[in-house]
Write a protein that binds this ligand. Structure first.
Ligand code: ATP
Ligand code: MG
Length: 555
């Protein structure tokens, strides 16, 4: 059977892996790895890479290493290492004992550098970094050879040893692979593989003052730890010949295969640790976990469930074509997930006072409300009803147009789970602002048990003001208005708006921080903090794709 038939329905990476495992490459063994550099927090793009690497390994019951690519001590820190571990765990993946650091391999990597020198495949270059850069050539012109390229092996060994022993300043010498200065692939024009850097490392302390460069360290880490498939993003496609050159020229325990896939980019936000770090440092956001950030910690704070992020990555899939995914795909995935799992409750974001003048003053009655319209198993709760209630300002219009079926003078509307009310009078303050509605209710229209068969066109949510809980809510839009922002783009001024005096139904006093609800007609929310009986919620996502509408309006 052809591979195509055999692996039908699988993405191209899974097809290649199945093929390699089935044909006994690396003894039919599989191991993948997720190799973040600990120089920032992980973002949604990393989630795709995590799902691919850990996901495939899981399908084969094979290891996936969480390997920190910690070769640049200038930008790396333990804070980032810890946040990365937390995020991978949060997504539900487990590296078990397979936790690794490129720095664990520094001794071996150093040995392999010596092996290259001994094979006359590496040399110490004493040009300045400027000279090295200028002699690299261009896409159209070959590079020029370094005057130090033909140093005898023994001299190279001696100099490299002295580099390691700290006898030189930063930048005085580098170690370069001796490949081909006229290669059409610039990555093969004698790339630097070791540099001097007098800087302590978060794990190895002051042991080293030379550090391997990314391509060298990455290839060797893969091969040393036994990774068989090194899955990375498309920008490394041009580095593959170098990856393979190292594998061809060194005596390594495994021969990993590099396969590239396209990066995940998301509209209206940025997926680059460096640019995200700029937002944090400049104070444009409150931190890496600001709920507007596309970081996994930000999305978690925003209330996105890990399962929805994994499902989103699954829907995005694995391709070879660079793409920028619409925000609506992420939001609809989150919405679908929350629809089935969240209890419904009522909360008024912009309250308007309503007094039901024919309802007995001081009386409270308890009404039964379902927690989920489609799932009886999720039970019900008791809602207090009284003469004084709050409705959304938006649910009243003094001069309604013909398709407004909610409350207006003389009109009737149903209060969900309660009664039908009619607006009898509108009270305004000295500025003409509506401050209160005087209404009357029809006692025969009680939800579920009422004897009246009166019908109205719409039902609105409400909260008894005598029994409500207060706090605040944060509403979000995307971080940028620009669908493809760069570092110059201004942040969307409405990316976070705080609502100061919402009213929540009483049952929410028992809610625990981190729990998620649908506020009827207002969206999905997560309880962020509780302080002095004040509840603070973040809106996770709206109920419908209002984003598309906002875009049109701004159009
Ligand atoms: P950044 O530019 O955000 O720092 P990076 O690629 O430098 O990204 P790494 O820490 O090196 O970040 O990434 C670890 C792994 O995650 C790499 O294999 C990388 O290819 C992958 N990755 C990073 N960003 C994305 C993305 N947007 N989509 C898919 N995979 C990604
Ligand atoms: Mg990187």
């Amino acid at each position: 059977m052809s591979d195509k038939k055999k692996y039908r329905g699988k993405d191209f990476i899974r097809q290649m892996i199945h093929h390699d495992v089935d044909s006994g490459v690396n003894d039919g063994r599989l191991a993948t790895r997720f190799p973040p550099e600990p120089n920032g927090y992980l973002h949604i793009g990393h989630a795709l890479s995590i799902c691919i690497n850990f996901g495939i390994a899981k399908e084969f019951d094979a290891p996936c290493y969480l390997r920190f690519d910690d070769t640049n001590p200038a930008k790396e820190s333990d804070e980032y290492v810890n946040s990365i571990m937390e995020d991978v765990k949060w997504l539900g993946f487990d590296w078990g004992n397979d936790l690794a650091h490129a720095s664990d391999y520094f001794d071996s990597i150093h040995e392999f550098a010596i092996e290259l020198i001994e094979k006359d495949l590496a040399y110490v270059d004493s040009q300045t970094s400027e000279e090295i850069k200028n002699s690299r050539g261009t896409l159209n012109a070959p590079g020029t050879k370094s005057p130090y390229r033909d140093r005898p092996i023994s001299e190279n060994l001696g100099l490299f040893d002295r580099m390691k022993n700290g006898e030189f300043e930063n930048g005085e010498h580098v170690l370069r692979a001796k490949i081909d200065m006229s290669s059409p692939n610039i990555n093969l024009r004698d790339p630097i593989i070791y540099r001097i850097l007098h800087l302590d490392h978060q794990r190895t302390g002051s042991k080293w003052c030379i550090y391997p460069m990314y391509d060298f360290a990455h290839t060797l880490s893969d091969a040393i730890e036994g990774t068989t498939h090194s899955l990375c993003t498309l920008e490394f496609e041009d580095h593959r010949p170098l990856y393979e050159w190292f594998l061809d020229n060194l005596d390594l325990p495994t021969r990993p295969r590099q396969i590239e896939f396209s990066r995940l980019n998301l509209e209206h936000t940025i997926t680059s640790k460096r640019k995200l770090a700029d937002l944090v440092v400049s104070g444009h956001v409150s931190g890496w976990d600001d709920p507007r950030m596309p970081t996994l910690s930000g999305l978690r704070k925003r209330g996105y469930p890990a399962s929805a992020i994994k499902e989103f990555c699954n829907r995005v899939g694995i391709t070879k074509k660079d793409k920028t995914i619409e925000m609506s795909l992420l939001e609809s995935t989150v919405r679908e997930e929350l629809d089935s799992s969240c209890n419904r409750v009522m909360a008024i974001l912009n309250p308007l006072k309503v007094t039901i003048k024919n309802y007995p003053e001081g009386e409270t009655e308890m009404l039964d409300a379902r927690n989920h319209p489609k799932d009886k198993e999720m039970g019900s709760r008791q809602l207090p009803f009284s003469q004084n209630i709050l409705i959304e300002k938006d649910d009243f219009m003094e001069s309604p147009n013909e398709d407004f079926f909610r409350l207006s003078p003389g009109a009737e509307v149903r209060l969900r789970y309660a009664y039908i009310i009619r607006c009898d009078e509108v009270i305004k303050d000295e500025n003409g602002e509506i401050v209160e509605l005087i209404c009357s209710y029809d006692p025969e229209t009680k939800s579920g048990t009422g004897t009246s068969n009166k019908k109205v066109k719409s039902a609105i949510h409400w909260v008894s003001s005598d029994h409500s809980v207060s706090g605040n809510v944060n509403l979000f839009e995307t971080l940028y208005n620009d669908p493809n922002p760069d570092s110059e783009s201004p942040i969307n001024q409405n990316s976070m708006v705080e609502i100061h005096n919402p009213a929540f139904e009483k049952s929410l006093v028992d809610a625990v921080v981190g729990s998620r609800f649908q506020f009827e007609r207002n969206g999905y929310f997560i309880l962020n903090t509780v302080e002095d009986e004040r509840l603070s919620f973040n809106r996770i996502v709206t109920l419908k794709d209002t984003w598309a509408k906002i875009q049109k309006k701004k159009g």
